[in-house]
Write a protein that binds this ligand. Structure first.
Ligand SMILES: C[S@@+](CC[C@H](N)C(=O)[O-])C[C@H]1O[C@@H](n2cnc3c(N)ncnc32)[C@H](O)[C@@H]1O
Length: 210
């Protein structure tokens, strides 16, 4: 998707997101935040925070920063932070994940839930996530990746031409996020419902100088 399609697509999604795609993908957010909460970490960057559905579930001693390209989605996230008094949310900023406005080696954990198949230039986004993560820190990604067989693979191929309308690529390949040489897979498993989503933890090499 190009960045204009992201903007227009998520302007359409924002009013209904929480009750539709957001509700169907709850398991991925819960697995991701449960993992982060179990780690001895302080600072978290959530890339593509959307309407902020995950924000209420972080440990309240964490310092969470969220970024998203869509002002329409961010408006919902900001309202959630105000209404639920989420004091652990340090900042929510409009930003393109392809050029994160943060220093190198800055966050203990960087996470992206249901966004790597949405962003333009996903390799560049993963590389930016790695850059702003501290050496030895974790990148936690939850996403649907292309199946190589079965009925799901057929559905993904059939819906692939409609990515700009849907707001994501249904046939997005996991190799795109595994290609970064500074990152090593430490956990990879399928999530309910029906294993459609994958939960992935990558560790940034402790010896990388960004
Ligand atoms: C499917 S939603 C996921 C939202 C949230 N992570 C969740 O799990 O509910 C994808 C999000 O990625 C954001 N996004 C897409 N491209 C982006 C980019 N280049 N930079 C930042 N955010 C982007 C969209 O605006 C949208 O909010």
């Amino acid at each position: 998707m190009d960045i204009d399609a992201v903007k227009s697509s998520y302007a359409r999604w924002a009013p209904v997101y929480d009750r539709t795609f957001g509700a169907l993908t709850r398991a991925g957010r819960h697995a991701t935040v449960r993992y982060i909460n179990s780690q001895p970490v302080e600072s978290v960057l959530e890339v593509g925070v959307g309407t902020g559905l995950a924000l209420p579930y972080y440990r309240n001693d964490l310092k969470v920063t969220g970024i998203d390209f869509s002002e329409d989605m961010l408006k919902k996230a900001r309202r959630r932070v105000d209404e639920d008094a989420l004091d652990h949310v340090a900042d929510l900023r409009q930003m393109d994940a392809r050029s994160l406005d943060f220093p190198d080696d800055h966050f203990d954990v960087v996470t992206a839930m249901h966004i790597v198949s949405v962003v333009p230039e996903p390799e560049r986004v993963v590389s930016e996530m790695a850059r702003v993560c501290k050496p030895g820190g974790k990148i936690v990604i939850t996403n649907h990746f292309a199946s190589d067989k079965g009925i799901l693979a057929v559905v993904e191929k059939l819906s692939a031409p409609f990515s700009e309308l849907l707001g994501w690529h249904s046939d997005f390949c996991i190799s795109t996020v595994l290609a970064n040489p500074t990152l090593t897979v430490v956990e990879r498993r399928s999530l309910p419902p029906m294993g459609v989503m994958t939960f992935l933890v990558l560790e940034k090499s402790a010896h990388v100088v960004s």
